[in-house]
Design a protein around this ligand. Sequence first.
Ligand code: ADP
Ligand code: MG
Length: 631
Amino acid sequence: MSEERLSFQAEVSRLLEIVAHSLYSEKEVFLRELISNASDACDRLRYAALTQPELSADDPSLKIALIVDKDKRTLTVVDNGVGMNREDLVENLGTIARSGTAAFLNRLTGDARKDVSLIGQFGVGFYSAFMVAEKVEVLTRKAGEPRGWCWESDGRNDYSVSEVEVGVPARGTRVVLHLREAETEFLEEFRLKSVVRKYSDHIALPILFGAVTDANKDPLEEAKPINTASALWTRSKSEITEEQYKEFYHHVGHSFDDPWLTIHWRAEGAIEYTSLLFAPSSRPFDLYDQKRSHRVKLYVKRVFITDGAEGLLPPYLRFLRGVVDSEDLPLNVSREMLQNNPMLTKIKNGLSRRVLSELAKKAETDVEGYVKFWENFGAVLKEGLYEDFEHRDSLLKLLRFHSTHGDGLVSLEEYVGRMKEGQEHIFTISGDDLEALKKSPQLEGFRARGVEVLLLVDPVDEFWAPSVGAYKEKQFKSVTRGGADLSKIRKTEEKVDDVKPEEAVLTKVVALFKQSLGDAVKDVRVSERLTDSAVCLVADEGDMDMHLERLLKQHKQLHAGVAKRILEINPAHPVIRRLADLIEQDGAASRLEDAPWLLLDQARIVEGETVPDTAAFARRFATILEKGLTL
Ligand code: ADP
Ligand code: MG
């Protein structure tokens, strides 16, 4: 069978360029990557063999081996896992198949020194082999298939794939590294052993070491174990170091940050399972993927079953990484059978309860860390408020908000604790930008009374708040909808120039607005919530809140006509007072018509909305400006 030469995908070439020329000092991480791949390959075979036992029957005990040949200067990583066929080789070792490596490439700065340090942080998977090898051969045969393949490359522009001609290689994969001159250390047993201890001791499979000593002996047969070979989660917490947890997290989550929270426990009783879960310290790039699937691995009695089993975790906990190992599920459970399995539902409930209570603890003990966690994952957790009634109360306790009271985050508990006398609601305002939101005119009256308003900036807020309704019997209420309900709360400081026109005159001002604006607004009324601005818009009590409406429009979810708004006017504002004076003087209201229109357009602009008739706006603006331009 002839050899075929193929070029690497452009991104791979770029990556290899960096890898080959990197002066990265901890090149030993290449071994971590290759062992991690070998272990994944064994897990996948073990799962496939549950339904097709013949796949592993000839060589059932799965293992990994490191074989050195000092004469040939090769280090070979051997596994008897699932192996690869020709397509797999081209797909997996010729392109950037995995997201982590792609993330690495996206983060590249062009500054060689910075980029090199990213290698250690991200790991670059299989390709990291070229940090220490001038040539890599991959000999592999896929379980259940008769043909074996050899992939070979010097890590430059191309690679070759050919069928292995002499005999058929054993099932699984051998990655043969032809070490560079300077990397002789990776032929030494003690060196390899220490790297395995450092990065790979969480791997449950035996990792053996063997050396080629005699051409007639098979080094694999003589190889001796150099790791602990028990799944990390089965060990007791006291025997596991933080470093080991971290390495395991990197391996199991294909993640590169540090875990912020590690939860390791065994559930005993009606159902038994062990769980080792991590909350990342940074936000995974696919958190808002439409599928909302999680990445926690399900094991049954130490056998890997599947990634992201539907129903194992609620979607609002999808940021977690780790494993769940059940003692009760049948070993031959298929991925399909898992759906709607009552046992799984029980596990899910147990996991949710535990995770939420651990988060509550962290919120108390690591306030700063919790704020970061909340910034990363808060919006996702909020989905649980309308999806998981059973844990709603625990979730409500975890909520944190930006508010009009300072820069820190506030919990509902704290908010309710500092509500003003006479205040009956939990006030909220929503928008997409925190800084813009803080300047909303609708907040003025609340500020003047020292009433705190929660600033909601996550789109999901529009959904949970109406569904939850209230916290400790205090209703959530948007300050941009309905009445302000501020009459019972005293202003902290009454402004000196807080003089308003008389009631009768005000009625005339409102009439002027109504008459001029006609159908453009639903109503015009005197505002309780303004102190500094002349006007603002609000939605009527029964209508959709303005921000939600804008959000739905943006996503083309709203086809029906937009509800009309209410324009509120501030009787104490100089412009409104001036209008009142003019009406008093000669009652020729129709000559004042431009003012209500300009104020309405101004209110729209402040809301971040567009002015529907820009030409009319410009004309009115010019007229008023002209009249006002005096020296
Ligand atoms: P990742 O392990 O994150 O997917 P790698 O670059 O380490 O990325 O490996 C790329 C892919 O190559 C793997 O996903 C896997 O499909 C395949 N692969 C690598 N090593 C092996 C192996 N020893 N056995 C089977 N498949 C492997
Ligand atoms: Mg890998």
